[in-house]
Design a protein around this ligand. Structure first.
Ligand SMILES: O=C(O)CCC(=O)C(=O)O
Ligand SMILES: [Fe+2]
Length: 434
């Protein structure tokens, strides 16, 4: 089987943030009217690794995405988005993405299969040589007691367990989860804030609560040089004598279209929740992912392998791909979709410089949902001091090209303030590697 192999990334640590800024409009799915009724069912294995549907406990409470990202054994849930869904009798129509997106009104029916959650089991795959970057949190201690409610973590991958088969999980219709989760999410609608950075903040993911941190012994000019520049719409050359360029379009999609795309993607993508085992700990990737790309080319980075989905299987993905290609004038053959469920999700410092992405790859990124910060630091800077930063707002597009992956690292830091869910789609061109 052909394989696109990446490199370690993704479990890096986030950093502190205290910013506040523009108002991100509430997606309709978070209104009180929304109801939840979605079934959690099994999915097949990705690549050669075993996957199983899990009833995965999670310490994060109150997330509206419990049904998506944090299966908690509450059973069947469907997220219904009032402005997109109109049920006519018993019939369920599936309009094309185009008809939804290009209609000025939103009164069309959207068929939304329940998102599946898969936990990749690395029990047999993890090698002792795996020393990729470790997360600061997002770890779960394995509880071996039979009544722990955490048994998914120590269940045999071949046990045939399906959360949907568990009678306790067959809770249909509007559950009390619906209203309270929506309320807590609405309450959590804290506005994101402008990027602001102290030059003496710790880097590399150290926590910043009550830290006492001393800038390493460098000249004051160094501290000034590394102060973060907040970038906005336009083309930006990353200043280091090479030709890295980042183009940013804050309104790639209008709010109306971005809202629809966000809802449709959340309702139709089958996210995977990769994890690995380290000693007695299960370490979960702090975000969920789906990979679209050429058939038989799963995407591997670090110890994670994501199975490839075909763009033609999802009209929303196809439409976005076309729009991104048209607008940026570049073609792509693959896309990594990440779902950041809340402020605790992020992606650590990394470059998309895998061999499979070719020389000086051009990568386009589309953001939907919550505004999150996106930062760059020089690859050569072991202190990982952010130099440039963007607010990636709902409906924005960003293009990285030239030497960006060669010379710079980027990240979406975890944040200390509540954040609503965010989707990010990074389009790439992937080549076959041996
Ligand atoms: O979420 C983002 O904006 C960035 C994601 C990213 O860097 C990646 O998937 O490689
Ligand atoms: Fe990246």
């Amino acid at each position: 089987m052909k394989k696109a192999v990446g490199r370690a990334k993704g479990f890096g640590r986030g950093r502190a943030s205290t910013p506040k800024s523009e108002n991100f409009p509430s997606p309709d799915c978070f209104n009180e009217e929304s109801s939840i009724n979605q079934s959690i069912s099994g999915t097949s294995g990705a690549n050669s690794l075993q996957t199983e549907t899990i009833n995965q406990p999670d310490s994060r409470n109150g997330s509206v995405l419990n049904g998506l990202g944090r299966a908690r054994g509450r059973g069947s849930r469907t997220v219904r988005y009032p402005n997109l869904v109109k049920q006519t009798g018993n019939s369920i129509e599936t309009p094309s993405c185009d008809s939804v997106l290009d209609s000025p009104q939103s009164d069309v029916t959207v068929n939304r299969p329940p998102p599946l959650i898969a936990l990749t089991s690395y029990e047999t795959k993890l090698s002792s040589s795996d020393n990729s970057t470790q997360p600061e949190s997002n770890t779960v201690q394995i509880d071996r007691s039979p009544n722990s409610g955490n048994s998914a973590t120590n269940r045999s991958p071949n046990s045939g367990y399906s959360a949907a088969n568990n009678p306790k999980n067959r809770i249909l219709g509007r559950s009390k989860f619906s209203a309270s989760a929506m309320r807590s999410l609405n309450k959590a609608m804290i506005q994101p804030s402008p990027i602001h950075h102290k030059t003496n903040r710790p880097t590399g993911g150290q926590r910043c609560f009550n830290f006492s941190y001393k800038e390493p012994e460098t000249s004051p000019s160094k501290a000034i040089e590394v102060a973060m520049q907040s970038l906005s719409d336009g083309k930006h050359i990353l200043q280091d004598g090479f030709d890295g360029q980042v183009d940013y379009i804050s309104e790639f999609y209008t709010k109306n279209k971005a809202d629809k795309l966000f809802h449709m993607l959340l309702g139709t993508l089958n996210f995977e929740a990769p994890s690995k085992k380290r000693g007695e700990e299960i370490i979960k990737q702090p975000r969920l992912s789906v990979w679209f790309g050429p058939e038989d080319m799963p995407y591997s980075y670090s110890y994670v392998t994501l199975q490839a989905h075909d763009f033609t299987s999802n009209s929303v993905m196809s439409r976005i791909k076309t729009d991104v290609e048209d607008r940026f004038g570049v073609t792509f053959n693959s896309c990594l979709v990440n779902l950041y469920r809340d402020n605790k999700d992020g992606v650590g410092w990394h470059a998309d410089d895998e061999e499979s992405l070719g020389y000086k790859p051009t990568i386009a990124s589309l953001s939907l949902g919550e505004t999150r910060r996106f930062e760059f630091c020089r690859k050569s800077d072991s202190m990982r001091k952010p130099v440039y930063g963007f607010h990636l707002v709902h409906g924005s597009g960003l293009l990285m090209k030239g030497d960006v992956q060669e010379r710079w690292l980027h990240c979406v830091p975890r944040e200390y303030h509540d954040r609503k869910p965010r989707l990010n789609l990074t389009f790439r061109t992937i080549y076959e590697t041996k």
